[in-house]
Design a protein around this ligand. Structure first.
Ligand code: NAD
Ligand code: UD1
Length: 344
């Protein structure tokens, strides 16, 4: 049997590019579509060098129905991993329509095309942002979601509803915690365009001398050292979780035409993708310094509006049901993030 084709939307982005490598390593054939809104074509060259062949790539937008239909006709993907979305929280507050359009119309266009072409399997990129400020930690998949703090967060919650309602589509919905790090070769990594919003790219750019100083957002939170706690996960572990999810979709296969409209016929599984361990911002800085021997120039400043105090994953379900667990520790995340920054 030939390799199964897997359509990877946003496959030149941060998480998508690492997942392309893991899909190939697991015997799948990744087919990439990306409109380069938040990535560069050089990522394709890096993937080519890492894979030893040039992966199939279509430059285009998931909102382009004609293009998508042609892509499905040409490559007949058996499943889709849908990464393509905008992801900057602040930008989504400034321009909500841009987010609702790209993240939701894009998803609906993709689902329409999948249904038309008989492809019923999807792995979807959701986020721990759907939990908001949780009442208790760690959060389980059954923890109720909270009203979204931003249009970006709202698109992830709405996307989950859309996918659940479309019971013909078998979905593995992965709620990522905080993806960091890079491929160990430093050939691919996170490419924040402009000033980074996220902690690790801001930190590494500060150490590289691109930014003057890192501001720690708030030192008076009700945590042991006063700074916020997150569940940081290495992007390679996260990428491997997608392969586990794709494997599961093929092992629990259902037919596309099972009782349309019957929600009980659908597969909609949610998994937390984190390490299950939370670290404070100051602990991350210390881990970076210990892992790299580099000093981080930082000050503790005001809180950032919208930040939750502490969130990390309960990973029992993903460990036991999906059979996946994170393997790389915080030191590896920091080393790989720095190695990537040095090579940028
Ligand atoms: P990224 O911006 O690096 O990658 C997304 C890719 O999708 C980019 O290459 C971009 O050019 C492409 N894209 C965007 N809109 C497109 C469209 N309409 N058509 C075709 N291509 C399009 O982001 P990432 O960090 O790799 O995130 C991937 C997914 O994971 C996103 O859905 C994001 O919301 C979600 N997510 C990310 C994080 C995180 O911290 N990085 C956390 C939780 C969830
Ligand atoms: C943010 C988004 C989240 C999104 C994720 C991935 C918010 C409120 N949440 O998560 O919805 O899914 O990015 O894009 O924006 N920090 C600093 N200084 C900095 C940057 C960050 O101290 O310069 C702190 C933050 O306060 C936080 C931690 O570092 O405690 C992690 O921040 P960040 O990397 O931005 O991720 P989140 O806010 O967790």
């Amino acid at each position: 049997m030939g390799k199964r084709n897997i359509l990877v939307t946003g496959g030149l982005g941060f998480i998508g590019s690492h997942t392309v490598l893991c899909l190939d390593a697991a015997g799948y054939n990744p087919i990439i579509i990306d409109n380069l809104h938040n990535s560069r074509i050089e990522v394709l060259d890096a993937l080519t060098s890492l894979l030893g062949y040039r992966p199939t790539y279509v430059q285009g937008d998931v909102n382009d129905t004609e293009l998508l239909q042609g892509l499905f006709d040409a490559h007949r993907p058996e499943a889709v991993i849908h990464f393509a979305a905008h992801k900057a929280v602040g930008e989504s507050v400034e321009n909500p329509l841009m987010y609702y359009h790209n993240n939701l119309v894009g998803l609906i266009t993709l689902l329409d095309t999948m249904k038309l072409k008989g492809c019923s399997k999807m792995v979807f990129s959701s986020s721990c942002t759907v939990y908001g400020e949780p009442e208790s930690v760690p959060v389980k998949e059954s923890t109720p979601t909270r009203p979204a703090a931003s249009p970006y967060g709202a698109t992830k919650q709405m996307a989950e509803v859309i996918l659940k309602d479309n019971a013909w589509c078998e979905v593995q919905c992965l709620r990522y915690f905080n993806p960091v790090g890079a491929h160990p070769t430093a050939k691919i990594g996170e490419l924040p365009l402009g000033v980074p919003n996220n902690l690790i790219p801001y930190l590494t750019q500060t150490v590289a001398g691109i930014r003057e100083r890192l501001t720690v957002y708030g030192g008076d939170y009700p945590t042991a050292d006063g700074t916020c706690i997150r569940d940081y996960i290495h992007v390679m572990d996260l990428a491997e979780a997608h392969v586990a999810a794709i494997d599961r979709l093929f092992s629990t296969s259902k037919q596309l035409d099972v009782l349309p409209g019957d929600p009980s016929a659908g597969v909609f599984e949610v998994f937390n993708i984190g390490t299950g361990v939370g670290y404070s911002v100051l602990e991350v800085i210390q881990a970076f310094e210990a892992a790299t021997g580099k000093k981080v120039n930082y000050t503790v400043g005001d809180r950032r509006p919208g930040d939750v105090v502490a969130v990390w994953a309960d990973t029992d379900k993903v460990n036991n049901v999906l059979g996946w667990s994170a393997k790389r520790d915080l030191t590896t995340m920091m080393k790989d993030a720095w190695h990537w920054q040095e090579n940028c």
